[in-house]
Each structure stands twice: as C-alpha cells, then as structure tokens.
Design a protein around this ligand. Sequence first.
Ligand code: ADP
Ligand code: MG
Length: 238
Amino acid sequence: MGQITLEKVTKSFGATEVIPPLDLTIEDGEFTVFVGPSGCGKSTLLRLIAGLEDVSSGVMRIDGKEATNVPPAKRGLAMVFQSYALYPHMTVRKNIAFPMRMAGIDQAEQDSRIKQAAAALNLTDYLDRRPGQLSGGQRQRVAIGRAIVREPSAFLFDEPLSNLDAALRVGMRMEISELHEKLKTTMIYVTHDQVEAMTMADKIVVLRAGHVEQVGTPLELYKTPRNVFVAGFIGSPK
Ligand code: ADP
Ligand code: MG
C-alpha cells in the first residue's frame, strides 16, 4: 500500500504559481526520484504530498482514497528530514521512539519496533548514545529510524544527504537503496544530484519550473530523453 496520485494539483504562493496543473502517479513500492534544478519546485511538491503545504487546487489520492485535505499525521507517510532535525538532548532510542510516543503506541510495541529499526540500520549498539556522539552517517540513520517505526506506506526524503561529505554520501545512498530492497515500501526521494537519481531510482521524475518534463526509468531517460533539458540534466549525449 503506497500508491500516490496527483490530479491537476497546483500550488501558488501569493500571485506566483510555483506548480502549474500537475498529474503524476507514484506507483506502490517504487523508488521514485524527483530531480531538477534548484528552485524548480521539488520540495514544494514533496511538502504537498506530505500535507505540510495545502494544494491551491486539484486532488491528491493515497491508494485511491482522496487525501487532499487529510492532515499530515493521518496520511500514513513519513518525511525523513536531514539528520540535524534530531533532538540533541535525547538518546538515539528516545529520538526513534518520539513519533510513537506522540501516536500513543504502547511501550512493548515501541520497544519491538525500535529493536527492528535499529537492526535494519545497524544502530543496535548506539541506542543509548546522544546524536552528538554519532558520526554524520549514523545520525542520518537515526533520522531514517524515526520514520521507519511509524510503519508508513511511503517514505518522503528531501535531499537527505546534502549536508554529508562526498564519501559518506555514497555509502548512505547504498544504505537507503538497500533499505528499499528490504522494506519494499514506496519511497520518494528529492535530489538535484543526477548521479543520485540515476543510481537509486526505479523511476525518475524530471521537474522544470514546477512541471513534469519526463517520467521514466533511468535507462529510458538516458536512451530517449524527450528534449535537450532532460538530456542535459541526465547527462546523456542527445
Ligand atoms: P526546490 O526544492 O526544487 O529547490 P522549492 O520547492 O523549494 O524548489 O521552491 C520552488 C519555488 O517556490 C521557488 O521559486 C521558491 O522561491 C518558491 N517558494 C517555495 N516555498 C515558498 C514559500 N513558502 N513562499 C513563497 N515562495 C516559496
Ligand atoms: Mg528543495
């Protein structure tokens, strides 16, 4: 469960239309990457899906059910923020438990989900540390752990690796891809980095000025880019 559909969704800030009418389907279980230059509307689109921004018009569905006006916490989606969004005074365990405490999940269930998430993310030995005692990659894993325990129908990532150094970024890319293999949950991953898009995606959505230029697998976009913008962005020879 985790198909997300946008039907003629628009978003304006004041008089500026950042997202013109947009139709898009994110298939259940796929790793979809939104890619495009800075300012093209990637974060806005992700925030609309998460419910952190209201659409100006149009309809959004999750698994076929209208979700346009459903509050963020009730959408069953988990946004993964950059690791600096962790609570520095709380242990890893408490950081991961936080959304479950907010949701009123009982202690035994919390403990069991923390154990599973920690095992999936190689954090078992770090549960009693605080974020300040962890490496950048470990902190990023804690941020992902906090999303996993909510058992969302989709994960939404907004440039989660942009504050990590280059070497760490490569490792975390692989870890996130592995996590997708394990969980098989829908993931939407926003980046302006072509390499991330090409190496991680089942499907790439190329955005330009708030509209979809092309949707396809990395190979499709590489072999048959629709235009010079897509070709230039994906790095193919057209
Ligand atoms: P990206 O994530 O692709 O860099 P954004 O979605 O952050 O792009 O922004 C898309 C456009 O919308 C930009 O021109 C940005 O200035 C504008 N924008 C984003 N959020 C707001 C806001 N809260 N108020 C006004 N303009 C905004
Ligand atoms: Mg952004």
